[in-house]
Design a protein around this ligand. Sequence first.
Ligand code: ZN
Length: 246
Amino acid sequence: MLEPSCRAYAIIILTLSVLIGASALADSAEEPAAGASINGKPSMLVALTFDDGPSVYTDAILDILEENGVRATFCVLGRRVVMYPDKVRRAAAMGCEVIGHSWDHTMLVNLTNEEMTRQIMDTHRAIALATGVEPPMIYRAPGGTISPRLLALSGELGFTLLHWTVGSNDFALRDAKKIYKAVYYNTREGAIILCHDIYGETVKAMRKVIPRLIEQGYRFVTVTELMRAYGDELSPGTVYRGHKDW
Ligand SMILES: [Zn+2]
């Protein structure tokens, strides 16, 4: 346990780093606009999401995002955030969004309200601590499994739930070419693409598919930027599945 004076000092340091982090992000973020022209072509906004990390593969994904000048949303496990705080901090510093995906990937629908709350809030706090930035009030339930009780509780806590429109199926395919095809041929304007930053084959697929989609006029933004650009601001206790309901 920290002495009370040390605890107060730690809170001041954390608050300062949140303020500094938030202003750095606000300065670097350009306002994305749906349909804005890129190289003479109208751009179509999409959001890449990476679940279940951070892991030993997260830096390779971040390198690819950086090389292509794009941002993504990372749906992280609290227990992995405390293992790899530097990777989460790097993602946030790059303008990526980091949101929760439960503490340990337990199916939230099987838990009591108290246990659900702990899974959601502990992860949210771990992200804030690692990144120095208060995460947006959005999270993705493990397996995308939602019940009316989980939805109601999330609403009470102030959270919107995140689903997806395009599944890369990387967890089942484990083959870079097949993951590439699943993403390339199914991506549409306004889509949220589900991937995982815990497989080497996903890294290989991203290296190819991100530049190819950019060539096609797609522009990668975070989930919050996607919502804002298309006017899809949602209230707590609802589920966001991308701009269009496919
Ligand atoms: Zn997951």
